[in-house]
Design a protein around this ligand. Structure first.
Ligand SMILES: [Zn+2]
Length: 316
């Protein structure tokens, strides 16, 4: 388990050893640093038929099924569809299941990832069952934005917060899992997700491609051609990368390491132009998130052209 998760695990151990059985939990993680290792370990402990203290035995039938992600008593709920919402349907299904006896005996676990994506209706449906959870049913929510959860829901949950790792801690961890610490730094700069190279390699590769294209456009490549390469890719990742590279440009002299890593050192476009382009990227992102009709090829073409334009103002 990553070292910065251990303090949170200690809190969980303490709660498990306590007299009252806590059935509704919310794990709060630092943005960009998913905590699968922590939640996996906890869920394994809950469903295990012969737990060893705060940990699962790892060998019982229940542990084996859980390990193979085929456990009939573990239900995953997460954001769905283009809007990325958790609608009331899956929550209602979960509530029905929660009143049924677990198939394997130890517990039923409902894992709600990205819990802040629940709308009011789903939050209220979940709240009802959490107010008086059926015996043997556990709810484990995960979010990096606890402020977006319904306050009445939060008041019923045992909140466990994971503190963000120190950069030294992150670098050591990178070393321990044989990932180049520089890749973590790049992932943080490009996506705000330092663990992307390990946990979401595809997303990280796309972000690197966007940076390469931005550099090519800056060097004179046709921006429309550069934009076309991303039309069928995940627009959110492309837009986040565009936005974060521009932010690094704006920080420029104040963040020389970032400028060096992203090869953005040297003369820069005027701040006002960078801010304007940044606003345009954010506007497209906002429209995409709110599902306002966005013509992605056109929007990307426009943004890459904007990037080409502001660099054409820099004396080389
Ligand atoms: Zn077990």
């Amino acid at each position: 388990m990553a070292p910065w998760l251990s303090a949170a695990w200690s809190q969980i151990e303490l709660a498990l050893a306590g007299a009252t059985r806590v059935q509704s939990w919310c794990f709060v993680y630092p943005s960009g640093l998913p905590i699968n290792q922590l939640t996996d370990r906890f869920v394994a402990r809950l469903v295990c038929l012969a737990p060893q203290g705060a940990d699962s035995c790892g060998t019982c039938a229940s542990c084996q099924m859980n390990h193979e992600s085929t456990h009939p008593d573990v239900t995953f709920i997460g954001p769905e569809g283009a809007a990325g919402m958790i609608k009331v349907g899956p929550i209602r299904d979960a509530v029905k299941l929660a009143y049924m006896t677990p198939s394997l005996g130890a517990a039923r676990v409902f894992r709600v990832v990205g819990a802040d994506a629940m709308n009011e209706e789903s939050s209220n449906a979940l709240l009802k069952v959490i107010e008086e959870p059926p015996q043997g049913s556990f709810f484990v929510l995960e979010t990096s934005s606890p402020g977006r959860l319904l306050p009445t829901l939060v008041s019923r949950l045992r909140m466990i917060s994971v503190k963000p790792p120190e950069s030294e801690e992150l670098a050591q961890y990178a070393h321990s899992i044989s990932v180049d610490p520089m890749r973590l730094r790049r992932a943080e700069l490009l996506l705000g997700e330092p663990l992307a190279p390990e946990q979401n390699a595809e997303r990280f590769a796309l972000a690197e491609q966007v940076l390469t294209a931005m550099q090519a456009v800056r060097g004179g490549q046709d921006p429309e051609v550069a934009a076309k390469a991303f039309v069928k890719q995940d627009a959110e990742t492309v837009l986040i990368t565009l936005s974060r590279v521009i932010e690094a440009c704006i920080r420029g002299p104040h963040d020389p390491l970032a400028a060096e890593i992203l090869r953005l050192d040297g003369p820069r476009p005027p701040d006002a132009m960078l801010f304007q382009l940044h606003d345009r990227v954010q506007e497209v992102r906002r429209q995409a998130v709110q599902r306002i009709h966005v013509n992605v090829p056109m929007a990307l073409g426009m943004l890459f052209s904007g990037w080409a334009f502001i660099w054409s103002k820099v004396l080389r």
